[in-house]
Design a protein around this ligand. Structure first.
Ligand code: PLP
Length: 395
């Protein structure tokens, strides 16, 4: 018998899992090139060649015992310094290795800071729509997710509802920009307002409220859009970062957590987070990938590929009469469902071998997420099928 809370998770996970299975089934039936699987956020640009070269160099030239051995819980000190220096160069911050913990991607970083901060029954505010695993991450630590409904005009956070959602039990706000699933980047104005609201509420309730800023898509932005670096606006901010998307390394499980000196009780929090990483049993960042990342810290992925896909898809869908949120970052496009039910529309799209995820999965019914981290040919060919869909629906 599985645990009660896992029953709920299994049920929730089934939409995307079923879609993945369906994609595999259809690919066998109709051929890979006839199935347009937009369901997963798996990068379609290969990792930079320098990464592979650095892996080979390290394996050939390093002392094996050192390269594959245990290190400080927080990660290799020299690598943490390379990460801190890179952030300082880019964001005019003043971090040192003592502000950085190497993690198994963003998921690892979020769970470590939650394990460090959250007591049972404390609340974590999340803006809808949001990455579907957030809710489970909060529950992992017996805390309570509080969902703020979306502003479907702009898909910037709904700040009026946010202010009302804050209570004396609020421990953290989990932010994600560039956003999965909308592709929207939260503006500097939004971040300043959020910081203002939180500062005022901290004073009103005499509590500390933290921002956990989940930023795996930070470098994936288009048209010169700027992603504000949140620690510069609000002291109680921890940043969760991952190289999964920015360097196309999702399977390697490498990222980091930033805890700035300005964070309340910084020293205690950093020490506790360095223990949380151990006692969760599986969170220590892999040693080889730490070294690789340290030496490749300023590499960038070729975002031109995603940008081209974004433009072809967005312009193509708009021309066909679909309503879409203009994506500014990440590799997701959020589309308004032309049918009342996003689930029904996803089913209808499936008849054309188009696989897209209903917004209900991200707590935003009436919309659908299209992951455009696929080949350009997939996008172009899918538009032929989207055209048929538009005709069937009289758009
Ligand atoms: N946060 C968001 C918003 C994501 O979209 C993802 C993965 O898709 C993650 C966190 C998890 O990232 P990682 O693979 O680096 O743990």
């Amino acid at each position: 018998m599985i645990a009660e809370n896992m029953k709920e998770e299994v049920q929730k996970n089934s939409t995307v899992r079923q879609m993945f299975e369906e994609g595999r089934r259809r690919a066998k039936l109709y051929g890979e090139d006839k199935v347009f699987d937009f369901s997963l956020g798996n990068p379609s640009v290969p990792a930079p060649e320098e990464i592979n070269r650095e892996i080979i160099r390290l394996v050939q030239e390093s002392d094996s015992l050192k390269l594959h051995g245990y290190m400080s819980n927080a990660g290799y000190e020299d690598v943490r310094k390379q990460v801190a220096d890179s952030l300082n160069r880019r964001f005019d911050t003043h971090f040192t290795e003592n502000n950085i913990i190497m993690t198994t991607g963003a998921a690892g970083a979020i769970n470590i800071i939650f394990k460090t901060l959250l007591n049972p029954e404390e609340e974590v505010i999340i803006f809808a729509p949001y990455f579907m695993e957030y809710r489970a991450y909060v529950k992992n630590h017996k805390a309570v997710p509080v969902i703020v409904p979306p502003d479907t005009e702009t898909f910037q956070p709904n700040l009026e509802a946010f202010e009302k959602a804050i209570t004396p039990r609020t421990k953290a706000l989990l932010l994600n920009s560039p956003n999965n699933p909308t592709g929207v980047v939260y503006s500097e104005e939004t971040i300043i307002k959020i910081a203002g609201i939180l500062k005022q509420k901290q004073e009103e309730f005499g509590t500390e409220i933290y921002i956990v800023s989940d930023e795996p898509y930070r470098e994936l932005v288009y048209d010169d859009v700027k992603v504000p670096f949140v620690t510069r606006y609000y002291d109680n901010t921890a940043v969760c970062y991952s190289f999964s998307k920015s360097l196309s390394l999702p399977g390697e499980r490498i990222g980091y957590l930033v805890i700035p000196n300005e964070f309340c009780d910084y020293e205690q929090v950093f020490a506790a987070a360095s223990i949380a990483i151990r006692i969760m049993g599986y969170m220590n960042a892999p040693s080889l990938m730490q070294k690789v990342i340290g030496n490749c810290i300023d590499l960038e992925t070729d975002i031109e590929v995603y940008d081209r896909n974004r433009k072809i898809l967005y312009n193509g869908l708009k021309e066909l009469g679909f309503e879409c949120v203009k994506p500014e970052g990440a590799f997701y496009l959020f589309m308004k469902s032309p049918m009342e039910s996003d689930f029904e529309f996803a089913e209808k799209a499936k008849e054309h071998n188009i696989l897209i995820v209903p917004g209900t999965s991200f707590t935003c019914p009436g919309y659908l997420r299209i992951s455009y981290c696929v080949s350009e040919a997939t996008i172009r060919n899918s538009l032929i099928e989207f055209k048929k869909l538009a005709q069937e629906l009289n758009l």
